[in-house]
Design a protein around this ligand. Structure first.
Ligand code: NAD
Length: 261
């Protein structure tokens, strides 16, 4: 059985999917035949156009729902507005880097809300529908920082460890049902989120862009290569497949060996 059999004609809701990993995952799921619901809070013309492009390219249904993942009611409304949610990809995330004693409280609150609490709300809202349909996949985009820490990323590391813990709990609560919950833990992927960290790091270490990429970012990634959004998407397609039906409550690292160190 091909890995994508279970994915075809299912509806996947991907939070934070107008760029980066979320968009990559949405495209790979659509390529495997899933209908996709894109999301961000921006609600621009180009966000809706992205959905239309995916529908055209892969011959699936693709829509865009604006919802702010920092707000509990928006997270729950996203699932209602999606119309169906067989595959839930909790991906929306932001980053802020500062020593803990200088870390702005508002940034801490926003990171915990968007990177962690949103997944609580969407999961709670999506589970009844998955139970009614008799099938479901919950895939949380955590991070290597869900398994290890780095200085100056207290909120991000706390949120990502939190989402790994929540994934295990959801897996236990659904263990006897045809529903799985897993987390993907990427190492560095060159997305807008990572691009935005490069100028500050260049200043902080007085380094060139190339040196920051090689000697700071990829220092902990033994492969010395960024993971790609297509690789993350392929991992999500696998976790949604029949082959992965007994994989639940675990993490899959896509980190070039980072967490093997
Ligand atoms: P990105 O900045 O390209 O994408 C983030 C997405 O989240 C965007 O689509 C953005 O619109 C959305 N988003 C942000 N705030 C939102 C809000 N309030 N409501 C709705 N959507 C919102 O970043 P990315 O690198 O693709 O990150 C995606 C996920 O992958 C994040 O959870 C991030 O922590 C995780 N991750 C990224 C890396 C990496 O190296 N890029 C590594 C490990 C984990």
């Amino acid at each position: 059985m091909s890995t994508s059999t279970a994915v075809a004609n299912k509806t996947a809701v991907i939070t934070g999917s107008n760029s980066g990993i979320g968009l990559g995952v949405a495209r790979e799921l659509a390529k495997a035949g899933a209908n996709v619901v894109l999301n961000s809070f921006t609600d621009r013309e180009e966000d809706h156009a992205l959905a239309a492009e995916i529908a055209k390219e892969f011959g699936v249904k693709a829509t865009y729902v604006a919802a702010d993942m920092s707000k509990a009611e928006d997270c729950r409304r996203l699932i209602t507005d999606a119309g169906a949610c067989d595959i839930l990809i909790n991906n929306a995330g932001i980053q802020h880097v500062a020593p803990i004693d200088e870390f702005p409280t508002a940034k801490w609150d926003a990171i915990i809300a968007i990177n962690l609490s949103s997944a609580f709300h969407t999961t709670a809202a999506a589970l009844p529908g998955m139970r009614a349909a008799g099938w479901g996949r919950i895939i949380n985009i955590a991070s290597a920082h869900g398994l290890t820490a780095s200085p100056y990323k207290s909120a991000y590391v706390a949120a990502k460890h939190g989402i790994v813990g929540m994934t295990k709990t959801v897996a236990l609560e659904t263990a006897e049902e045809p529903i799985t919950a897993n987390a993907i833990c990427p190492g560095y992927v060159l997305t807008p989120l990572v691009e935005a960290q490069i100028p500050d790091t260049m200043k902080e270490y007085d380094m060139s862009r190339e040196d920051v990429i090689k000697n700071v970012m990829l220092k902990r990634q033994p492969s010395k290569e960024f993971a790609t959004v297509e690789q993350l998407g392929g991992t999500a397609v696998f976790l949604a497949s029949d082959a992965a039906a007994q994989i639940t409550g675990t993490t899959i690292s896509v980190d070039g060996g980072w967490t093997a160190l």
